[in-house]
Design a protein around this ligand. Structure first.
Ligand SMILES: C[S@@+](CC[C@H](N)C(=O)[O-])C[C@H]1O[C@@H](n2cnc3c(N)ncnc32)[C@H](O)[C@@H]1O
Ligand SMILES: [Zn+2]
Length: 411
């Protein structure tokens, strides 16, 4: 049987769009934060040998309007919110939020009804992202705003030191997997605790309490064995806690911005299946090294997980194809007739009326972008609209229509 564990090299949007609905138990994502930085790795580290890194600079371009307009029908509030955020914070933020919204919608679709999502961000854009999550997941499915607090170098004299990241935890529905996690709580004295187990270690006397939403997990330091040198690499301890809390053994964990595969390694160690996606092929090379040579890097004690398990994954740059949508067996003229009635003889682009023979059958999501021959993916366009759209997504045609009507693209 083919392994469920996969690394996809490529834009996570195409991969997510090709995944079947309701198949994933847990999603952790640590996207670029709109930090206006270019991340490059230190020379001499495993990542440095591969010149890994990525840009986190967002610039506005016309085609972002096209993407944003795609939300207009289904998510009008999201559309308006991103527009307002762009007015308040500027066009680069609007570009970033548009990028994130497209992916959030797909992530929500691929999650099982009992699944959860953890979005890791920082205070630069976190407040906007939370509103978007409220809209896509439903505000009642908000579970936690986790502050991951760390002590790294670098301080400012003009404000308090910024030493935490934010992780938003949303479930897809009311019934979701959640395994309580405990942490040590150090005590100033050990008296007066009845029926509570009091323990001690080098740090002092402690008891176990339910984890709070403030997580004191040390950030990675250069000399730790798990450090690959990949910029923004997260500690395995952080992912261990998330994966243990919100999934069970055998579940499927997805990280659509997997970087050097911290989530994949943590999931593997905890006997979960996993899928990692990263646009950078350098990152993916690193993943391969990290997974296949995990024992050598001191990531795992050899008795933790058998080393050969780590070769049990597939790395590919081909996005998957959805198989949960039934391909239609109807012939072209039959499909056209059904759509003609559904669209009431009106072109889906210019909204003008035509006779049936003048309509062209169009794939809404082009086949080259993962769209298939299923009814939901067909529409009728007039000859003119069909030639404008060509092999592009519907957003492009809508954008061109607005320009033709002398309307400014909405945002
Ligand atoms: C903040 S890093 C993730 C670090 C990761 N959590 C780790 O521990 O290594 C963000 C990653 O997102 C990737 N990325 C950015 N845009 C992407 C896209 N559209 N599709 C897939 N990956 C993307 C970057 O290449 C980078 O590796
Ligand atoms: Zn038309």
């Amino acid at each position: 049987m083919q392994s469920q564990n996969k690394i996809y090299v490529g834009d996570n949007l195409s991969v997510l769009m090709g995944m079947n609905s309701r198949t994933v138990d847990l999603i952790y994502l640590d996207p670029p934060f709109n930090s206006k930085r270019i991340y490059r790795v230190p020379i001499g580290t495993p990542a440095g040998k591969k010149e890994a890194g990525f840009d986190d600079i967002w610039v506005w371009s016309e085609d972002i309007d096209i993407r944003l307009e795609a939300f207009l029908d289904k998510y009008p509030r999201l559309f308006r919110f991103i527009g307002s955020a762009g007015e308040i914070h500027g066009l680069p933020m609007k570009a970033y939020l548009t990028f994130m919204a497209q992916r959030m919608i797909e992530m929500h679709r691929v999650l099982k009804e009992t699944g959860s999502l953890y979005l890791h961000c920082d205070p630069t854009a976190g407040h906007y992202l939370k509103i978007m999550l409220d809209e896509v997941f439903g505000k009642h499915n908000f579970r936690n705003e986790i502050a991951w607090a760390y002590k790294t170098g670098g301080v400012s004299k003009r404000h308090f030191s910024r030493k935490h990241d934010v992780v938003f935890f949303y479930s897809k529905g009311r019934e979701y997997v959640f395994n309580l996690q405990k942490e040590k709580s150090y005590l100033s004295h050990k008296y007066g605790f009845k029926n509570i187990e009091i323990l001690s270690d080098d740090g002092g006397t402690y008891r176990y309490v339910h984890c709070r939403d403030i997580w004191d997990i040390p950030a990675l330091r250069g000399n730790q064995p798990e450090v690959t040198g990949y910029p923004t690499q997260k500690p395995l301890a952080l992912l261990d806690r998330i994966i243990k809390a919100s999934s069970n053994e055998g579940d499927l964990v997805l990280d659509p911005f997997c970087g050097c595969a911290t989530t994949c390694v943590a999931a593997h160690r905890l006997q979960r299946n996993w899928i990692g996606i990263d646009v950078s092929d350098v990152a993916v090379d690193l993943v391969r090294d990290r997974l296949t040579d995990a024992t050598a890097q001191g990531l795992l004690k050899s008795d933790d997980v058998k080393k050969e398990v780590f070769t049990d994954f597939l790395a590919t740059d081909k996005p998957p194809m959805r198989t949960d949508i039934v391909k239609t067996k109807l012939k072209k003229p039959q499909i056209k007739k059904i759509l003609f009635d559904e669209q009431e003889g009106v072109c889906n682009g210019c909204k003008k009326e035509f006779d049936l023979p003048n309509f062209h059958l169009d794939h809404i999501v082009p086949k080259s972008k993962g769209g298939g021959d299923y009814m939901e993916n067909f529409q009728l366009l007039c000859g003119n609209c069909n030639s404008i759209k060509g092999d592009r997504p519907m957003e492009y045609l809508q954008y061109r229509m607005r320009i033709q009507k002398n309307l400014t693209p909405m945002y």
